[in-house]
Design a protein around this ligand. Structure first.
Ligand code: MTE
Ligand code: CO
Length: 416
């Protein structure tokens, strides 16, 4: 199935595709796009300061976060989605990170922002942003996935595009202070087994986090991809809870309370729990299970080049470690192929995979299946439903299927 150089050339010639595929160099010389002078070759460009804070090319204006209007009652307590099909590599550009706000995005003045640590501590403390910059800081790339990502897909295929089925995820490099250093400064008492994180936005978002996790790899972050956090991502301060559901990554972080038991607040009782068939509910399901999705081709990114050399690509991740392997099928699971991983393999980060093949022009049923470093293999949706029933919304990590027609259009379908 893997294309050789020879089959690449043959495919390009057969399909009559242009310069890009390697076999079309002769054609390119007659191409007016190359042969004729373009305006940008004949006039001077913008001066250096035309955009003091640069923006993407105007030809990339279609690359946008998008919401689904009927999903939420209003745009304040709402969600939009990362355009995964437009991205490559593993890093999400800051301006494209999906947003999930329970009471809108708060514009917090850093000069007036404080972080309090209180409760079962030897010293209750209040930090200014300046105070925080005097603690040692670290850099880590982590994905953040909302527990509700793919939630609409639980009972069957719904939304037509990986942006909407899988786009409640982003992956950036955080600069932040290990939470354990701030807790040590306050002196956690022996009875202090839980931490309540509270946001400064009007939603008063709070979540209980076990002390073990707080002392392990959590960060209090103030930079993403090198620049200050974006307003939408919790400027000036957010909690980073690697590998765990996005809801716990409290934005606009203002208070950390140490306690001896969980608080059982709204976001860990009526929300972010999964009602099982027997009427009981799964709760404290913090870790995000291994998952993957083919981003191209996909419904928003059809195959437009016809048969021949084709690049399939996608993303895989696990809240428990790295992704050593992703399998890809073109025929709905009859034959599986090992995808090629490319880029850094970092714990609790997105991983990029590719599979290059010669498309014969026949319909495809595309799926990807992630294996994580613990040996866990991504399940089918049927396997998930067998264990969890049909009431769930959160933690849907089932295998996604795209049907690609002869004309290259892709559609969200379900076969297993
Ligand atoms: N923190 C506060 N203070 N307010 C919020 O509404 N939303 C949570 C979490 N932290 C939220 C919050 C949810 S449900 C998710 S999935 C993530 O933030 C989304 O982070 P993002 O907007 O950076 O994508
Ligand atoms: Co969420």
């Amino acid at each position: 199935m893997k294309p050789t150089r020879r089959s690449f050339l043959r495919g390009a010639a057969a399909a009559g595709v242009g310069a890009a595929a390697g076999g079309g160099a002769a054609r390119a010389s007659g191409d007016p796009a190359f042969a004729e002078l373009q305006p940008w070759m004949q006039e001077l460009g913008d001066p250096v300061d035309a955009a003091p804070y640069g923006m993407p090319s105007e030809f990339e204006a279609h690359v946008q976060r998008k919401t689904v209007y009927w999903l939420t009652a209003d745009p304040i307590s709402s969600i939009n989605f990362t355009p995964l099909h437009e991205l490559d590599g593993i890093i999400t550009p800051n301006g494209l990170c999906f947003e999930r706000h329970h009471a809108g995005a708060a514009h917090v003045d850093p000069a007036l922002h404080r972080l309090m640590i209180n409760g079962l501590v030897d010293r209750e403390l209040v930090f200014t942003m300046e105070d925080l910059l005097r603690f040692p800081r670290e850099n880590h790339v982590y994905f953040l996935e909302c527990a509700a990502n793919s939630g609409m897909e639980w009972r069957g295929a719904q939304l037509n595009g990986c942006q909407f089925t899988h786009g409640m995820i982003h992956n950036v490099m955080y600069t932040g202070i290990p939470l354990r250093l701030l807790l040590a400064e306050a002196g956690v008492q022996t009875a202090g087994k839980w931490l309540l994180a509270e946001g400064a936005d009007a939603s008063g978002m709070t979540r209980s986090i076990p002390m073990e996790k707080a002392l392990d790899d959590c960060l209090v972050a103030f930079k993403m991809n090198g620049e200050a956090l974006r307003v939408e991502q919790g400027y000036p301060l957010r909690l980073v809870v690697p590998g765990w559901e996005g809801n716990m990554w409290v934005k606009w972080l203002r208070r950390l309370e140490v306690g001896d038991q969980p608080w059982h607040h709204r976001e860990e009782t009526s929300k972010y729990t999964d009602l099982l068939a027997d009427g009981s509910a799964r709760r404290f399901t913090w870790e995000m299970d291994a998952k993957s999705v083919i981003t191209n081709p996909s419904p928003q990114a059809p195959l437009t080049h016809g048969p021949g050399p084709t690049v399939l690509t996608g993303l895989a991740w696990s809240g428990r470690g790295t992704i050593p392997r992703v399998d890809v099928t073109l025929d709905g699971g009859k034959n599986w192929h090992k995808a090629r991983m490319s880029g850094p393999s970092l714990t609790k980060s997105l991983h990029r995979f590719y599979f290059e093949f010669d498309w014969n022009g026949q319909p495809l049923l595309l799926q990807s299946r992630a294996h994580d470093s613990t040996g866990y293999v991504q399940p089918t949706k049927d396997q998930l439903r067998a264990v969890r029933g049909t009431n769930s919304i959160y933690h849907n990590n089932g295998i996604q299927t795209w049907h690609v027609s002869k004309t290259g259009e892709a559609e969200n379908v379900e076969i297993s």
